[in-house]
Design a protein around this ligand. Structure first.
Ligand code: ADP
Ligand code: MG
Length: 702
């Protein structure tokens, strides 16, 4: 249970005065929450910049166009004349060096009179302008009296906002949340506190929200860094705790004598590559260890990860346990089962698929067989983590394209068995810092070579103006019996308001159909699963030769006979995405071609991306170039520089802190793995604060 002292921070923001249903809605959107945000969410929403109001010139010395704070006496009011209510409300004020006009448009009746009473002294901040030769401030950002002024540093934080949410009201809410901040125990070791010159968390939060110096809000400054470290430590500790609790007893190992693996190898129509063999060997070794496996299998598109996963599943089946493979989409799950089923069948491995599409009786039967242990390897989507999916003895969870799943989803799957081993498949080389933040310490196997006999892909960039030639070339390819993908960025025009030039997949489909008749098919994300499968199957069976598609074919789709891909508006895609898309061709033994259609003129970034993609098909190189072009966070398609699931820590600023947090977590695990002592108590508090408490029930009471 969450420590009582944190309760005030988990109160909904709507308990704050001045935060009503309208603010609630805006704040949900701003803070990315489905439910009403809590005070803690506000406090972890950090400023993006500051306004410096410390310049306090006298009126005669104030420089036009700069931000100033003036100490003035209010002399007189000039409300808009009754016959022109649209005229501004003017306030004349002065100090002993000169006069200034404060101008308010569309002021509510009584508002200005109350803000700036005649005869009173006020501190007024805003950008100074000149109008008719008079110094003027239009809509001062801030007007305060002496008492309030004494409390302000003159540096105001500016927060990321959302349409409709005023900076002032967000600031007021955050200020109120700060008032509720309880006294928190220190969870960081004195040694780290010293080495990193961290302030206590209370001071850190206060200083980023109420900066005293301009540098107080910088992400690499000590205040923000302290908070980032807290967040990273919570993450690392949670991962380490989960992992440590799951040692298996001796005599309960997850790999058998190898007979099923041998049958699969015999059934394979090809030989495993050296790196596939090495990966299988490493996994098998892990499965024999008393500590749970946490291994990332990283391999470019088409490198053959699925069969490695199957070998791992076979190893656990040899000791009569079960394996599961969770894929992020239905198409992918079906793709896996298509590769796996024939091989598994010949080896005597019982496999099944479970997605949102298996319903009613069919689903019930699958669940019954699963619980009875009559399914060895279950492949599926999120449907696998539903509560009523019960395994007899789940020992291995394979998670494909993990970065699309959160930690909670992964845990939901691994919690369905005892000391479940985890194998993560990823086509995207994940930078080390990100691996750490996602998984903590994790072993990595790489599939660096392509299966033998793969031909290079001939990639060319072609301007839109040559579309007709491209269509002609596609026509010739279809005549020759080839399979062609035609990728368009969006399905409906309405999705692309303001970007009308983006080609509409349905529209392109219609046009190509006029030319090539029923040799053309269409598949996009808004189609029903069965529909998609039907079209994909037609394509694989050569019933259609030209498949117009949106990016639903981006990951995992495997039709080895397809050899040509046209990508429209290629300039709009990211590098990783282009690489993934292109990976759908060049999967068989025939030479393949990829045409990148682009709209002119080409921007600098787009030109650089297309150049990289033309020059190489090496996913690792592409990922490196991508890093250079976009920065780390974006490799996984995460906007800006944020780390997924992290609010304060940023990969490019806090990379150093990630390893330090990892080391600190390891030290804690060595010294007090059950979090029992006084510091353990404080660390529990940290885990609750950042909502990384998922492992605590495994530890028992503190
Ligand atoms: P990915 O790593 O992208 O998931 P897949 O596992 O889908 O790749 O494999 C891509 C294709 O390569 C599949 O058709 C698979 O049968 C084939 N394949 C896998 N390993 C080999 C190999 N060693 N030799 C030849 N083909 C292979
Ligand atoms: Mg795959």
């Amino acid at each position: 249970m969450r420590p009582h002292l944190l309760n005030p921070l988990f109160a909904p923001v709507t308990t704050l005065p001045g935060v009503g249903p309208r603010q609630d809605k805006l704040l949900r959107y701003l803070l990315g929450r489905d439910e009403t945000p809590r005070l803690v969410d506000l406090l972890l929403h950090l400023p993006a910049s500051v306004i410096d109001r410390r310049a306090q010139p006298r009126i005669s010395e104030a420089v036009q166009g700069t931000m100033v704070t003036l100490e003035v006496t209010v002399d007189r009011h000039r409300p808009p004349p009754p016959r022109s209510p649209r005229a501004p409300f003017l306030v004349y004020a002065s100090d002993d060096t000169g006069d200034v006009v404060l101008t308010f448009f569309r002021a509510k009746p009584g508002y200005v009179e109350k803000l700036l009473p005649v005869g009173e002294k006020r501190y007024v901040s805003g950008t100074l302008q000149t109008y008719d030769g008079m110094p003027q401030i239009v809509h001062p950002d801030r007007v305060v009296d002496q008492a309030a002024f004494a409390r302000l540093s003159g540096i105001d934080p500016v927060y990321p906002l959302t349409e409709g949410l005023a900076l002032g009201s967000l600031r007021r809410a955050i200020a109120q949340a700060l008032q509720k901040l309880p006294e928190l125990p220190e969870w960081i070791s004195p040694e780290v506190m010293r080495r990193c010159s961290f302030p206590p968390i209370r001071e850190a939060l206060n200083r980023v929200h109420v900066p005293v110096e301009l540098t107080d809000i910088l992400p690499d400054g000590r205040f923000w860094s302290r908070l980032a470290f807290d967040e990273l430590l919570a993450g690392q500790l949670a991962l380490a705790l989960v992992r440590a609790q799951l040692r298996r007893p001796a005599g309960d190992r997850h790999a058998g004598d190898g007979h099923l693996r041998r049958s699969i190898i015999d059934a394979l129509p090809y030989a495993l590559t050296a790196s596939q063999r090495a990966a299988v060997a490493a996994i098998t070794e892990d499965l024999r260890q008393p500590v749970r496996m946490l291994r990332l299998l990283q391999g470019d598109v088409g490198s053959g990860k699925t069969v490695v996963a199957l070998m791992a599943a076979a190893a656990v089946t040899e000791v009569h346990k079960q394996a599961a493979l969770m894929a992020p989409t239905e198409i992918l799950a079906r793709q896996h089962i298509k590769t796996i089923a024939p091989l598994a069948e010949r080896a005597g491995l019982r496999v099944a698929i479970l997605t949102g599409r298996e319903k009613g009786r069919e689903r019930r039967e699958i669940l019954e067989r699963l619980a009875a242990g009559d399914i060895d390897f279950l492949v599926g989507t999120h449907a696998l983590i539903q509560d009523d999916v019960v395994f007899k003895a789940l020992a291995l969870a394979v998670v494909d394209e993990q970065h699309r799943f959160g930690v909670r989803e992964r845990l939901a799957l691994t919690n369905k068995g005892e000391a479940v081993d985890v194998l993560v498949l990823s086509a995207t080389p994940i930078p080390r810092t990100l691996v750490l933040t996602y998984f903590g310490d994790m072993d990595v196997s790489e599939l660096r070579e392509k299966p033998a006999g793969r031909q290079p892909i001939d990639t060319r960039a072609v301007p839109n103006s040559r579309l007709d030639e491209v269509v002609d070339a596609v026509g010739r390819a279809l005549q020759a019996g080839k399979l062609v993908y035609w990728i368009c960025p969006l399905v409906e025009q309405s999705e692309a308001e303001g970007t009308e030039h983006l080609t509409n997949a349905t529209e392109r489909y219609e046009r190509l159909r006029q030319r090539f008749g029923d040799r053309v098919g269409l598949v996009h994300g808004q189609m029903k699963g069965v529909e998609k499968d039907r079209v994909m199957a037609q394509f694989a069976a050569h019933d259609i030769g030209l498949l117009v598609a949106t990016t639903v074919v981006e990951v995992g789709v495997d039709v080895p006979a397809a050899t040509i891909m046209v990508i429209e508006n290629a300039e709009r895609f990211g590098l990783a995405q282009l690489h993934q898309l292109r990976g759908r061709v060049g999967r068989g033994s025939e030479a393949s071609t990829c045409l990148l259609l682009y709209k002119e003129p080409l921007g600098e970034m787009s030109a650089a991306r297309l150049k990289v993609i033309r020059e190489t098909t090496d996913g690792f190189r592409i990922a490196e170039e991508d890093l250079k072009l976009r920065g780390e966070g974006d490799v996984l398609g995460i906007r800006q520089s944020g780390l997924p699931g992290y609010r304060v820590a940023r990969s490019e600023v806090h990379g150093q802190l990630i390893t330090q947090a990892r080391d600190e977590a390891l030290r804690i695990m060595r010294d007090d793995p059950k979090l029992k002592g006084e510091r353990g108590e404080a660390l529990r508090c940290l885990l609750y604060l950042f909502e990384r408490d998922e492992a605590l029930p495994l530890l028992g009471a503190g």
